[in-house]
Ligand binder design. Structure first.
Ligand code: HEM
Length: 326
């Protein structure tokens, strides 16, 4: 993670404003390519990376696919949809090639990437995942883990820009003490995910009747744990709209009061990974460059597919503080 962040930051523009969110998305994608797909840079890496980017960045068609049931998606010769299907087909072809090569890899047992582990995994009946199932797992992790993490990072910088004291404390913690003793940065990440949850609500469908407070709900009802509303409850968080990382200093938030990753058996599979990744990326960025807000105007919240993102992507100006070690 550190290596990918350093490589990216070395190529960021200097002294001119640019949006952080897409840059964080590139880092998150490169991390997934290495950790999940198990790929090293090269021609095939580049081809798969750009094919995947075309799919995951097509948020209009992703929204369409999420919101319109599959039976109604046969929309005839609608160009944006048929182009999206083509993009998926070409990404699929490249993913299938990687999976098939990995099947033939004699050293697969010693590999530590998620794809190799999924290939070796067996169900209780001894069967393995099929080619299509492996592709689905990879695409799920990519879609669930790439833009979400990038957006959470962009919001964290947005909140730090608006709170210079907290920002100065994070910076000095990163630069002076190193990462082993750094609880404030964790508190900042928790508080940023509280005030700006990337996914504002999740949904569940009741499989049996359920009593929720004064409501008798029947099976089939859709219930939505409202992440955003819980995070703004003044009984849980006094002055809830205030960004105050000290709320989380030295304490782990309870699972019924802090739910940026959802909850229960379908809680985000990548929550620990994402928190570790966010901390690593913030630390690596701040130990190598100065990051300043490009303007004083607060970021507005915009919907993108299933996420709430900063409208301008958190614009920043980056200044070098010295050469970046490779
Ligand atoms: C800050 C970044 C992230 C946020 C805010 C986030 C948030 C969420 C939320 C709210 C859910 C739905 C949970 C529910 O319904 O209760 C979810 C599901 C999921 N997330 Fe994340 N996520 C993040 C990063 C990641 C990463 C990095 C990965 C993978 C490496 C990942 C993989 C998944 C998967 C596989 C699911 C589906 C779990 C299931 O349905 O069983 N997420 N995430």
């Amino acid at each position: 993670m550190e290596e990918e962040t350093r490589r990216a930051v070395a190529a960021w523009p200097r002294d001119v404003p640019f949006a952080l969110r897409p840059r964080f998305a590139e880092i998150a994608l490169d991390i997934i390519m290495r950790v999940v797909f198990g790929l090293r840079r090269g021609e095939r890496y580049r081809a798969l990376r750009s094919a995947l980017l075309e799919v995951v960045e097509n948020d209009r068609m992703i929204s369409f696919a999420l919101m319109v049931p599959s039976a109604r998606r046969d929309v005839g010769p609608w160009k944006p949809w048929s182009r999206f299907r083509d993009q998926i087909r070409s990404a699929d072809g490249l993913i299938f090639r990687e999976i098939e090569d990995r099947w033939d890899d004699d050293a697969i047992a010693s590999r530590e990437d998620v794809l190799s582990m999924l290939i070796l995994a067996r169900r209780e009946d001894g069967s393995a995942l099929s080619l299509e199932e492996l592709r689905d797992e990879l695409m799920t992790i990519l879609l669930a883990g790439h833009e979400t993490t990038a957006t959470a990072l962009a919001w964290t910088f947005d909140r730090l820009f608006a709170h210079p004291d907290a920002f100065a404390r994070v910076r000095s913690e990163v630069r002076d003490t190193g990462s082993d003793a750094a609880p404030f940065i964790d508190a900042v990440i928790h508080e940023a995910l509280r005030v700006r949850p990337v996914i504002p609500f999740v949904v569940r469908m009741l499989v049996e009747p359920f009593t929720l407070g004064e409501y008798e709900l029947s099976a089939g009802t859709t219930v939505s744990p409202a992440i955003h509303a819980v995070h703004r409850d003044p009984d849980l968080y006094p002055e809830p709209s205030r960004f105050e990382p000290n709320r989380f200093m030295g304490r782990r938030p309870g699972s019924y009061e802090w739910l940026p990753f959802g909850g229960g058996t379908r809680r985000c599979l990548g929550a620990s990974f994402a928190l570790f990744e966010m901390r690593t990326i913030i630390e690596t960025v701040l130990s190598n460059v100065d990051v300043l807000p490009a303007s004083d105007a607060p970021e507005r919240i915009r919907r993108r597919a299933f996420m709430l993102v900063p409208a301008t992507g958190t614009r920043a100006i980056v200044r070098s503080v010295g050469p970046i070690a490779a």
